[in-house]
Write a protein that binds this ligand. Structure first.
Ligand code: SAM
Length: 283
């Protein structure tokens, strides 16, 4: 029988300890809705989730749906060096290396970086330059200045306090060259917050293999449930960023021009974009 991670977090431990789901549990404790903490992401991206996610999100399909949007944006600005600040399992880092960008791959989760490194080898024999770094102390662990920093795949949403968001944006700003560009994407939380649970819809990744749906929403928490074909479930607790708030923060940290794009790729039967992409220029 498949157990949800919450069953496991509640201490229902009768399973086989060889089963990866039992070995690598997400830990949300007794009250998952109280987990609103920037530091918690390393407990959410555990091995079982990372492996399953990456097995099911077909990189080829992701390439096709994303097209050359990011590459075109970077090339149009003469970018040569890129810091992938939220490497995850390495999708964008590999894409950038393929396109000839000099790329450094950072992430705060060692498990993600391990997977990214092996993916780099598997998808084209690239040796990723990985750095384990939390964004809030990025300048301490990553060196150099970059033409561009990307933080993609709805990653910034893991920061739960405004102080952490400002600190992160300031760290990104400091690591960019004087005319550098920051690209951050985010889920369209405005639509979920404004239309409430009645509008709750399921997002499908890579066809219908993995579904993501809001499990709980308030102004300070968006808890999403990810369901896999074997019915196993994983959760992510995120902060529901509003689009205009995000744009304001970037402006206040010093970015001079911010363009926000809507991405319709993942939407099934809805008119609003599921994702926004902010492109923030330093000068
Ligand atoms: N960009 C990848 C993609 O699109 O597939 C990964 C996205 S994943 C949703 C978010 C990533 O952000 C995770 O790998 C997580 O470890 C990382 N992350 C979250 N908070 C972080 C922080 N404070 N510092 C560094 N990395 C963080």
């Amino acid at each position: 029988m498949t157990k949800s991670v919450d069953d496991l977090a509640r201490g229902d431990q009768e399973g086989d300890d060889q089963d990866p789901v039992y070995r690598e549990q997400q830990a949300f404790g007794d009250n998952p809705l109280e987990v609103r903490d920037t530091d918690h992401y390393t407990h959410e991206y555990v091995g079982g989730f990372v492996d399953k996610w990456d097995d099911l999100i077909d990189w080829k399909k992701r390439y096709e749906s994303e097209g050359s949007f990011f590459i075109d944006q970077l090339r149009a600005r003469g970018v040569k060096t890129v810091l992938d600040a939220a490497t995850g399992t390495g999708f964008h880092s590999v894409r950038l290396l393929e396109e000839g960008f000099e790329t450094v791959s950072a992430d705060g989760s060692p498990q993600m970086l391990a997977k990214a490194f092996s993916n780099g080898l598997a998808y084209g024999g690239y040796i990723l330059r990985v750095v384990n770094a939390d964004w809030r102390w990025l300048n301490r662990d990553v060196h150099g200045e970059y033409d561009a920093i990307i933080c993609l795949g709805n990653s910034f949403t893991h920061l739960f306090s405004e102080r952490d968001r400002r600190k992160t944006l300031a760290e990104f700003y400091a690591m960019l060259k004087h005319d550098g560009v920051l690209i951050i994407d985010q889920r369209n939380y405005d639509s979920i917050l404004d239309n409430g649970f009645s509008s709750k819809h399921t997002y499908y990744y890579a066809g219908e293999d993995v579904s993501a749906e809001p499990d709980y929403i308030d102004d300070g928490l968006a808890r999403f449930k990810y369901t896999f074909p074997d019915k196993s479930e994983f959760f992510l607790n995120m902060y529901p960023l509003r689009k205009d708030y995000m744009r304001r923060l970037m402006r206040e940290v010093g970015f001079q021009r911010i363009d926000t794009y809507g991405d319709f790729q993942e939407t099934y039967g809805e008119n609003e974009p599921d994702f926004y992409i902010h492109i923030a220029e330093k000068s």
